[in-house]
Design a protein around this ligand. Structure first.
Ligand code: ADP
Length: 393
């Protein structure tokens, strides 16, 4: 087990900055997921921890040691990748024990470790099978067992579930959580799938264009995103965004005003251009009286409905859009605001409705920088100055 620390890590490839001044501390035994869109620098950041890539600037620490210049094999890490390379001519036992044989453990010790690892990933009874006799999930478990037997201080996993079908992926998520609980080892996990990140991690590190945007527990990222990027990336379907102008106690958008109350905005001035963010589940029918702090009712017309079984997604056209839509360009005006309703709601397409937003759950972002204004912004990711604060909760 070990703490991992990145200190001002930057990695440049000619004209691409893959990782841009990233600092973070991952605690001993913590499960931290790097998440972000393709090309945001997740894998490169992890490779600097693995020793597969040397940072252009900055340092990497594992435990108390500066490992920036150490070879991967000397770092006490084990890696599991998306493409599982099992030796096809070796059975499960030999695949799992392969790395141990290179390290010349005696046979008894090897058998003990392999059986223990196979037990943890529930492969007992399958040690004599060949890889082509295994399912995709079982092969991935062999790869994980191969990492476990090395008894690493830190597990590094880069999209290990990406090649599995959807159902198996969900199952393996649970297995990885169980594995983490049993081993109590530090795990760094890379994925582009925010649902995977949300369900498994102690904390999520969200990256964009090589920069760390936020590192916080999943629900903190969801409820208190530090900037517009995080707000839009975490949560599916995505948060609604509306452009507006800040007044003393309200935000004026092209379609409606949102009254905020006097002291909600700490860091902005009257007249500032802001972006309002509200999640689909925080938009409600006014008649439902579902929230204690509703905004004034907003006139809208329902457009497309998407019944999902456990909820209904309703695309709303706002007042101005309704007129525009009736004039000429329905498609251009559609999707102004997405609302999520309980599955038994009686609602039809093309209906006129009044909706309210849950005022306590409205997010505000400074338009120019995307920085969140609604919450305590100490520790937010400011794109222009220094790395974001590391939030250890
Ligand atoms: P992610 O894992 O988030 O998809 P990567 O860390 O793989 O992103 O890549 C981050 C950026 O660095 C991308 O723009 C990618 O094209 C670039 N990059 C990664 N590795 C190399 C390399 N060896 N040479 C040049 N550019 C690279």
């Amino acid at each position: 087990m070990a703490r991992v620390r990145l200190e001002n890590v930057t990695k440049r490839y000619e004209d691409v900055t893959a990782v841009d001044d990233v600092s973070m501390a991952i605690e001993d035994g913590e499960f931290v997921t790097f998440v972000g869109p393709s090309g945001c620098g997740k894998s490169t950041t992890m490779e600097t921890v693995a020793g597969l890539t040397r940072p252009t600037e900055g340092c990497v620490y594992i435990g108390d040691d500066d490992v920036t210049d150490l070879a991967p094999k000397d770092r006490g890490i084990a890696m599991v990748f998306q493409n599982i390379a099992l030796f096809p001519h070796m059975d499960v036992f030999d695949n799992i024990s392969f790395g141990l044989r290179l390290r010349t453990y005696d046979d008894e010790e090897i058998r003990r470790r392999v059986e223990q690892a196979a037990d943890i990933v529930q492969l007992e009874g399958m040690l004599e099978r060949m890889p082509d006799e295994l399912s995709g999930g079982q092969r991935q478990r062999v790869a994980i067992a191969r990492a476990i037997v090395r008894n690493p201080d830190v597990f590094l996993m880069d999209e290990p579930l990406a090649n599995l079908d959807a159902k198996l992926r969900v199952h393996m998520r649970t297995e990885l959580q169980r594995l983490h609980r049993e081993l109590e080892t530090t795990i760094i996990y890379v994925t582009h799938d925010q649902a995977e990140a949300m369900t498994m991690s102690d904390r999520i590190a969200i990256l964009n264009e090589g920069k760390l945007q936020q590192i916080s527990p999943p629900l903190t990222c969801y409820n208190e995103p530090t900037n517009r990027f995080v707000a839009g990336f975490i949560g599916s379907p995505s948060m609604n965004f509306l452009e507006g102008t800040l007044h003393e106690d309200r935000v004026e958008t092209p379609n409606f005003d949102i009254d905020l109350g006097p002291d909600i905005v700490a860091d902005a001035a009257v007249g500032d251009e802001v972006t309002v963010g509200v999640r689909p589940e925080d938009v409600h029918l006014a008649e439902a009286q579902a929230v204690s702090e509703p905004t004034a009712p907003i006139d809208a017309q329902t457009d497309v409905l998407e019944p999902m079984g456990d909820e209904i997604f309703v695309y709303l056209l706002l007042a101005d859009d309704v007129q525009r839509s009736m004039a000429e360009e329905p498609a251009a005006a559609a999707g102004q605001l997405l609302m999520s309703l309980p599955p038994d709601t009686d609602i039809r397409e093309g209906e006129s409705v009044e909706v309210v937003l849950d005022r306590s759950r409205v997010h505000l972002f400074e338009r120019a920088t995307g920085v969140a204004l609604t919450h305590d912004v100490t520790g937010h990711a400011d794109p222009d100055s220094g790395p974001p604060a590391t939030e250890a909760e």
